[in-house]
Every structure is written in C-alpha cells, then in structure tokens.
Design a protein around this ligand. Structure first.
Ligand SMILES: [Fe+2]
Length: 180
C-alpha cells in the first residue's frame, strides 16, 4: 500500500483509506494489483533482459489488459532500475526534473519501490507518493511531477501508454520549488 508525505508540512498519511481518499481528492488514480502470478525470482530481480521483461508482462497480462481496456492504453512495457543499470545516475537526473506529459503517466510497481513527487492543489503543494510492489498509480496529464528511487534503489514497473510514441517529458519550471 502506498504512503503519502506532504512536503510543505511533512505530514505523513499511512492509513489505507486516508491514502486512497487523499489521492482521489488530488485527481490521482490509484489501485492495487495482486502479484500472485509473479514468481519469487521475478519479485526479487532488478536486472532484467528482454525475456525476463516479457515474462513479467505475460504473468500480469490479465491486470494489464483490464486496466488498458478501462483507461485506453495501447502499449505497455517493463522498466527496471537498480544499481546494476548502466548510467543509473544520469537516468535518475533526467527523471528527477519536474516535468509534465500530454497523457497520464501510469506505473504498476511489480517489484522494489519508487517515489512519485506530484504537484497537488494550491493548498497541498508537492507531495510524495511512496510506492511498493502491487501499487498502481497514474499521474494526470499535464500535472507536474517527477520520479525517484527510494533508498532501496531498485524498482521494476510496468508502464502503459496511450500514445504509441511512449514516454515523452516536457520540462516544467517551478520557481521556488524545493527538492528536499
Ligand atoms: Fe513523468
């Protein structure tokens, strides 16, 4: 289950229903997937080749296809990040810039953990969504956000796209935004 940290106030939201209500209130889609179809090895491997990625997509196909049908995604893939990922630091620098997309950005965490930092309503400001395996989130289109890893520094996530072109980011300059 995801947890929330509101950056301006350092308030943590950890109660399941409170997390769901907060995200719904901020227009952020959230659901949880049962990952029973993944093997223990798939749940603990973060350096994946094409064959392993395809196997994860096959195992999670029922959930992926259901979400795609409901929300209009036409393409999906698997991204894996860990200390074994070549150029991880450069990739994280790219991901850690505040940006927007012209479609919603949906991620289903299959293994490991990650954090989406999302610009909320005016009274809330930026908040962290701490995601673990089974969490599925969608950042709304045009909503400023960025992604980073947790101290675990390992994640495997399914990405789903409406536009077959895939992940395209548009920088969003936010004056006064503090990363910490
Ligand atoms: Fe993004």
């Amino acid at each position: 289950m995801a947890t929330i940290r509101v950056r301006n106030t350092d308030e943590w939201i950890t109660d399941d229903e409170a997390v769901r209500a907060f995200l719904a209130n901020q227009g952020v889609y959230y659901e949880q997937w049962d990952l029973f179809a993944l093997t223990p090895e798939q749940s603990n491997s973060f350096s994946l080749g094409d064959t392993e990625k395809e196997a994860i997509l096959t195992a999670l196909a029922p959930q992926i296809e259901k979400l795609a049908k409901e929300r209009g995604y036409v393409k999906w893939d698997v991204i894996a990040l860990s200390n074994q990922t070549p150029g991880l630091e450069d990739l994280l620098k790219k991901f850690e810039q505040v940006h927007t997309h012209t479609e919603d950005e949906v991620r289903a965490i299959a293994a490991g953990s990650g954090i989406f930092i999302i610009k909320g309503s005016a009274e809330v400001g930026y908040f962290d969504v701490n995601l673990r395996a089974g969490d599925v989130i969608s950042v709304p289109e045009h909503n400023p956000h960025f992604f980073t890893l947790t101290d675990e520094r390992a994640v495997v996530a399914v990405r789903l796209f409406i536009d077959p072109a895939g992940w395209v980011a548009h920088p969003y300059a936010d004056i006064g935004f503090e990363k910490a």
